[in-house]
Design a protein around this ligand. Structure first.
Ligand SMILES: [Zn+2]
Ligand SMILES: [Zn+2]
Ligand SMILES: [Zn+2]
Length: 324
């Protein structure tokens, strides 16, 4: 596989065959003892070690070895698909799900994300680390077992690149973080807020792309998820996330979950790229429910169409009981 850059949009596209390692059918490789030869990528202290394991992906989209070898191909750009692709096995219990875990268990999963992001950011080849979960088969999950994925890339993925660029422009004009501005307005209007806990807030964004889209953020400005403020309690985030996922579960089961944190700026020339990222960017979690009946017509690919007003979505989510 290789990465090719679209010269117009500057998006990177993975092209070529995915390497397929033979896998036993009808067998969950994420259950304890099923893949004993796998290298553990994270050593957590107990009791977290007894719950969360991180392993390389069985058919990784990115290879850890070597350099990207970015090169021209005529007027085009391409590079090797170098990076990391890992699986965070969130629990030993096959039938568990993130939203139904205890607050302590969810906190351990969040801790594993943070530790892996910190470790991968130490690798100077990687410009961005994405953490995501495909919840449910409709969302593209490969196993029923609760797991998330971590991908480290030698480029900044398209969506996050748009966000970083817009946040930088907003800051250049106003010297304010756009995400903090959004939070201020959401708190003031209180029409799209779904839930709060401690320093954390969950709301349906103003221009939600799909029904029941949810964002979870810290109220205090913070660019990097993996480096919480000394007084921020990740436990509160776990409590809020659990409640929000249980509310959502009453309405829609499959969803995509993605964590957007700051890019790996240690390798950037500060004069060139993300000079103000510490001030202008703010980590957040985006939860995008999968809408089965949404037809994927071309118009929907170009412009999102959401038939449900975010204010109504927030109201329904507030009323959905988050009971275990
Ligand atoms: Zn399993
Ligand atoms: Zn902010
Ligand atoms: Zn985002």
């Amino acid at each position: 596989m290789e990465l090719r850059s679209d010269p117009i949009t500057r998006s990177w596209v993975l092209v070529g065959d995915q390497e397929q390692n033979p896998m036993p059918p009808n067998d969950c490789l994420l259950c304890p003892g099923r893949a004993p030869e796998l290298r553990m990528l994270l050593e957590l202290p107990n009791p977290a070690a007894a719950q969360v394991r991180v392993i390389p992906h069985f058919h990784a989209l990115y290879r850890i070895e070597g350099n990207a070898e970015r090169r021209p191909d005529g007027i085009y750009d391409c590079m090797r698909s170098v990076g990391a692709h890992e699986i965070v096995i969130e629990s030993r219990d096959h039938g568990q799900s993130l939203g139904l875990m205890s607050d302590d268990q969810i906190e351990r999963v969040l801790q594993a994300y943070a530790l892996r992001i910190l470790d991968l950011k130490g690798d100077r080849r990687f410009k961005y680390i994405t953490v995501f979960r495909n919840n449910g088969l409709l969302a593209g999950a490969e196993w029923d077992h609760p797991y998330s994925e971590i991908v480290a890339t030698t480029f900044i993925p398209r969506r996050i690149h748009y966000e970083l660029r817009s946040a930088r422009e907003w800051y250049a004009q106003r010297e304010r973080c756009v995400f903090c501005d959004i939070l201020r307005q959401e708190l003031k209007q209180a029409r799209r807020i779904v839930d709060m806990e401690g320093d954390y807030l969950a709301f349906c964004p103003y221009a939600s792309r799909v029904p029941f889209e949810l964002w979870v953020m810290s109220r205090a400005h913070n660019p990097a998820f993996e480096k919480p403020h000394h007084d921020a309690k990740r436990y509160h985030l776990a409590v809020l996330l659990g409640r929000v996922l249980r509310r959502l579960q009453r309405i829609s089961q499959p969803y995509h979950f993605v964590l957007h944190t700051s890019p790996n700026i240690i390798r950037q020339d500060p004069a060139l790229d993300w000079l103000t990222v510490e001030e202008d960017f703010h980590w957040h979690i985006e939860i995008l429910p999968i809408v089965a009946q949404q037809r994927k017509s071309y118009s929907i690919k170009e412009v999102y169409f959401n038939p449900l007003l975010p204010e109504q979505a927030a109201e329904r989510l507030r009323q959905a009981k988050p009971a275990l």
